[in-house]
Design a protein around this ligand. Structure first.
Ligand code: AMP
Length: 358
């Protein structure tokens, strides 16, 4: 049997590229399963450092440091999608990288992502065009119509790097603001709600998904997720499975959708990692997304994704965290705090899962 298909024994070490709150919660899940974690992060005081077994501090571009880290791990995963391609490749030369580098490649660039989703996975995405000058933008807008959304191809998150264009007179300002980067323009989708699915694929090819999650955003940042969402016809999970299979993916993925009036779904984006809209699973009475990801990358069987009750997850952003003493005494509420020292506006400091007994 090749090393790629080994089941990791108890006590093995999972390397995690990135040390944020997702890495922290992955490390806690791994510890519960008798596995060790080794974090790689440029920041020695990152949230995951408090709970992992080992930490290597280095820049992602430091090839020698990445090689040393990878040699100390039995398998390597990542908790954010902007791991540089060269880092992923270097790490993968020393230990299995799960999910694979192709998943990173697809998810890092909105043009590659949307092209893959449409042409290879065969799923619906918003109409889009690749833009490299103002004239091309004007031409694309003629085809796509107004409103449309101009987005940077890379490093956009929480609404950063995107502008809605509603009429001809707004084109120049939008181009002047974002035009120095590689861009795409997308048709604006008149969605009735935003939903997501957290799905996983194991080493044996088994796919499992959690029930649909309904998400609301404030200031472009996820604020609340409710799961199981009202109205779940199983279509989102089918779409997620198609994507997982097409990428030969191992691990947990978050897939975000726009739902239209007629119930049809359009994929907005994929996250090749555990996802904020899956935090409710920690208190859903099922195997949570963090354990599921650890199980998948360790070659273990996937766990049960059926929740025992409804959960509403609310992010604690910036000063919201100061309310923790009030939340701590609420019935049926579970606090998850990331251990970040400095409170900043827009910074995710923790979340609370409120359970509704069915
Ligand atoms: P994104 O960074 O692509 O996830 O976009 C952030 C948010 O902007 C989404 O959650 C939507 O609320 C909104 N948005 C992005 N793209 C579109 C679109 N094509 N049509 C309508 N709303 C969009």
């Amino acid at each position: 049997m090749s090393r790629e298909f080994e089941i990791l024994p108890l006590g093995s070490t999972i390397g995690i590229l990135g040390g944020g709150q997702l890495g922290r919660m992955l490390a806690m899940a791994a510890a519960r399963l008798g596995l060790k974690t080794h974090i790689y992060s440029p920041n020695a005081l990152c949230p995951a450092a408090d709970v992992a077994n080992y930490i290597s501090v280095g820049e992602y571009e430091d090839t020698n440091a990445i090689i040393d880290f990878a040699k100390a791990c039995d398998v390597i995963t990542y908790e954010f999608e902007n791991v540089p391609a060269v880092t992923a490749k270097t790490a993968a030369s020393e230990a299995p990288l799960r999910p694979n580098a192709r998943a990173l490649d697809v998810a890092q660039d909105r043009l590659t992502e949307k092209s893959f989703l449409r042409a290879q996975a065969g799923v619906e995405v918003a109409g889009f065009e690749d833009i490299d000058n103002e004239f091309a933008l004007k031409r694309a807008l003629k085809r796509l119509g107004y409103p449309a959304v101009l987005k940077t191809r890379r490093f956009g998150y929480d609404g950063k790097g995107q502008i809605i264009i509603r009429k001809d007179s707004e084109v120049k300002a939008a181009w002047n603001s974002l035009g120095k980067q590689d861009l795409i323009v997308e048709a604006f989708i008149p969605f009735v709600r935003e939903v997501s699915v957290i799905a996983a694929r194991g080493m044996d090819g088994t796919c499992r998904a959690y029930p649909l999650t309904e998400n609301t955003h404030q200031n472009h940042i996820l604020h609340t997720s409710i799961a199981p969402a009202p109205r779940d016809n199983g279509k989102a999970q089918e779409i997620a499975f198609k994507i997982l299979k097409k990428l030969d993916y191992i691990g947990v993925m978050g897939v975000e959708f726009f739902e239209l009036q007629d119930g049809s779904l359009i994929v907005n984006e994929i996250a090749p990692r555990v996802h904020n809209s899956g935090h409710w699973t920690q208190d859903g009475g099922c195997v949570d997304q963090f354990e599921q990801h650890i199980r998948a990358v360790a070659g273990w069987p996937l766990g049960d994704t059926t929740p025992a009750h409804t959960v509403t997850m609310t992010n604690l952003i910036g000063d919201d965290i100061l309310d923790w003493p009030k939340i701590a005494i609420e019935a049926n509420a579970r606090l998850h705090i990331y251990g970040k020292k400095d409170i900043r506006p827009g910074r995710k400091m923790g979340h609370v899962n409120r359970m509704t007994r069915n």
